[in-house]
Design a protein around this ligand. Structure first.
Ligand code: SF4
Ligand SMILES: [Zn+2]
Length: 367
């Protein structure tokens, strides 16, 4: 194993001869010689180590819309990286090849933070994104990358299940985390049953991140029979509005059978009509920006003015095909203020449609 990927972990404490990892809300108590739940952290001789610092499984130059972020630097590109493993147990994981493969830890390509930022520059990106597997597990690497990114004027983003501890969240923000897309996977019972996690911790972190000045967008992968009931979707929409604010974007995205949910006894892909129902529920509950995801060309991919209904940002998949928000972040017709981080000067509008496929791996091309 490459020694560079084994680094002392930052957040932990001694408890009864074990080490309690304080990176995520599992707070694993790890005896000497053993691994935590996610298998990325190990107690070696009474010290806690991360085993995947900079051990990159996937690397890709992505439109920021792909994360998805629709109100944060629209039209920009983020160099996006992931490593291995996860701290959740979702049986439908859409990225299970890397998130459910802790045995592959150490088999990625080591990319130092400096090299990563050089790639951001070389690939003409405007920022970084840690994604694909759960980036909380890459926290030590993230803060080193974020520090360098800030020195060069780039933004930093996380696509996350939102299960880090508060000290971990604070550390990430202190080192330059600008935006988070947080998965809210369903009601408390569903998240406990399938993900083995407490969804209230996720909501707590979304609220705290906003308080700390991080731009937050919420995503719900809508899975038939799991989290597609009127009651569940309404409950999520109400919490977004009441706890995060009505301008917080909510992405309701299509699921495809994967991992343990891939044979005929498990749910089939999300019908578009279900996503449209979710979008309607979000709007009825007062959310200003609700988007259907993973359905390229759907009209609910666009941003409509909450004041007059005009299309302000037209999208096809992850490309912008029209952008009409004024430099002072308003609708040009009715002058309604639009929730947006970074104005029109950075926006790249494309003509025609671009590919919208899954995670592409540019590791070899960029190495
Ligand atoms: S990151 Fe979370 S799951 Fe992994 S060892 Fe630490 S507390 Fe456990
Ligand atoms: Zn308007």
């Amino acid at each position: 194993m490459n020694e560079k990927i084994i680094r002392q972990a930052l957040l932990h404490e001694q408890v009864d001869g074990k080490l309690r990892c304080n990176t995520c809300e599992r707070n694993c108590e790890i005896p000497p010689g053993k691994l935590g739940f996610c298998q990325t952290r190990k107690n070696i001789g009474g010290k806690l180590y991360t085993l995947e610092y900079g051990d990159i499984s996937s690397l890709s130059v992505n439109p920021i819309e792909k994360k998805p972020f629709f109100h944060f630097w629209p039209g920009s590109r983020a160099l996006t990286a992931g490593s291995w493993s996860c701290n959740f147990t979702c049986p439908w994981c859409q990225n299970h090849d890397i998130s459910k493969s802790p045995q592959k830890i150490g088999r990625g390509k080591y990319i130092s933070p400096i090299t990563f930022i050089e790639m951001v520059q070389r690939c003409n990106c405007q920022g970084t994104s840690l994604s694909f597997n759960e980036p909380t597990l890459l926290m030590e690497y993230a803060i080193d990358v974020f520090d360098l990114a800030k020195e060069e004027g780039y933004y930093n983003t996380y696509v996350t299940n939102g299960y880090m501890t508060l000290p971990a969240l604070k550390l990430l923000v202190d080192h330059g985390l600008d935006a988070m897309n947080i998965d809210v996977k369903g009601e408390a019972e569903t998240v406990a049953e399938f993900c083995n996690a407490d969804v209230d911790k996720v909501w707590r972190n979304a609220i705290k991140a906003k308080e700390l000045g991080v731009w937050v967008e919420i995503t719900t992968l809508v899975i038939p029979g799991i989290n597609d009931s009127q009651e569940c979707l309404k409950g999520i929409a109400q919490r977004i509005k009441n706890e995060l604010g009505d301008v917080t974007p909510w992405h309701v995205t299509a699921y495809y059978p994967a991992y343990k949910f891939r044979d005929e006894v498990y749910p089939s892909p999300t019908p578009v009509s279900t996503l449209e129902k979710a979008q309607d529920i979000g709007k009825e509950e007062g959310l200003k920006y609700v988007y259907v995801g993973n359905v390229p060309g759907h009209p609910y991919e666009n941003t409509y003015c909450p004041g007059c209904g005009k299309i302000l940002i037209e999208r096809y998949g992850f490309s912008l095909t029209r952008y009409e928000i004024t430099p002072d972040k308003r609708c040009p017709t009715c002058h309604q203020e639009i929730a947006l981080i970074r104005g029109a000067s950075s926006v790249r509008v494309q003509t025609g449609k671009s590919e919208t496929g899954g995670r592409k791996n540019d590791l070899s091309a960029l190495g």
